[in-house]
Design a binder for this molecule. Structure first.
Ligand SMILES: [Zn+2]
Length: 331
């Protein structure tokens, strides 16, 4: 009983604690989240973010105003400094953002959770240069041409501190929320080549929203139709590609069921011309093989060109132009 009483001694009031490395002695504003407090500089935030600049210009300094809950309440203070309550943001996310504000860097080793936090919060608070840096990083790893995409997408490759395949859904969800439309089709494509139950798991884990899931499933179905055409008409396609060939033994015959293994893939890398020739059309003479491989790769590129449209976006060159415009903006 005594022990129980001891255990029930009053605990210090739970609440956000100062974040050590973002607690500047000469800071003149405190930002509060559910877990951490940050003592930073108004001028630093104002010079980089139009949202903070506008907020600090208001006579009443209170973050609740920006979240639409303005109720004419008195401004909060902490240690005599004005305090902005950013209750809707996670402490860890805001720490990522503020670190980027104070230590500008463009590092490909940045962990995935930092990349997504930076994208979401730089968009929310309009830190244009941080947003641009993050978009630049993501775009390098998700190029919009089939060859460049394939080169990045080696199996087992790593990105942002984890397996590349584990990044797709988090990046897709963040880019969707941050409305980086021109990066979405390539991220949708990356997220398509997974079984339905895995995709639903990503949704229930909160990585993508319902709206995002819907677009993903619709586009994925379209991609699946193209791959079905590939599997069912492969031999006919090759027959139409191949010229009359005088080489003895040159034949389009393929081992039984050899196309079956392509039935479940939505990854165009798996149907590269050379690969298809080596795995299925082993009886073609070298000239026919190389000719058909080239045709096959052209067909793959036609499907790649359809990808943005399958996800209801404009074609690649429009998306690329938009990305280039954003990256060339002086912010
Ligand atoms: Zn031949």
């Amino acid at each position: 009983m005594n022990n129980d009483t001891q255990l029930m001694e009053p605990m210090p009031a739970p609440g956000p604690k100062p974040f050590e490395t973002l607690w500047f002695p000469d800071g003149n504003i405190v930002l509060a989240t559910d877990t951490y407090l940050f003592k930073v500089h108004k001028s630093m935030l104002s010079s980089q973010s139009s949202v903070f600049r506008d907020m600090f210009e208001l006579p009443l300094v209170d973050g609740s105003q920006m979240d639409g809950h303005s109720g004419g309440m008195a401004p909060e203070t902490f240690d005599g400094l004005p305090m902005v309550n950013l209750a809707n943001d996670k402490g860890e996310d805001l720490a990522c953002l503020l670190r980027a504000v104070y230590e500008r860097q463009d590092n490909p080793q940045t962990p995935l959770n930092v990349v997504t936090s930076l994208l979401l919060l730089s968009t929310k608070y309009d830190f244009k240069h941080i947003r641009k840096d993050v978009i630049h990083q993501i775009s390098i790893h998700y190029p919009m041409t089939l060859d460049n995409y394939g080169a990045m997408d080696e199996s087992g490759s790593h990105l942002f501190g984890m397996l590349r395949t584990q990044c797709h859904f988090s990046l897709l969800g963040a880019a969707f929320t941050a409305q980086v439309d021109y990066l979405l089709p390539v991220l949708y494509y990356a997220a398509s080549d997974f079984p339905a139950d895995y995709i639903l798991q990503q949704f229930t884990a909160g990585k993508i929203s319902l709206e995002c899931l819907k677009v993903l499933l619709i586009g994925r179905e379209g991609l699946n139709s193209w791959m079905t055409i590939f599997v069912t008409t492969l031999r006919d396609m090759m027959a139409s590609y191949r010229m009359t060939c005088p080489t003895p033994g040159c034949s389009l015959d393929i081992p039984p069921y050899s196309t079956k293994r392509f039935a479940n893939t939505l990854d165009l890398k798996n149907i590269e011309g050379d690969k298809i020739m080596k795995e299925c059309f082993t009886l073609l003479c070298p000239a026919c093989s190389s000719h058909c491989a080239g045709k096959m790769d052209r067909w793959r590129n036609i499907v790649w060109d359809k990808v943005p449209i399958l996800f209801r976006y404009p074609e690649w060159n429009v998306l690329r132009a938009k990305l280039e415009m954003v990256l060339s903006e002086d912010v």
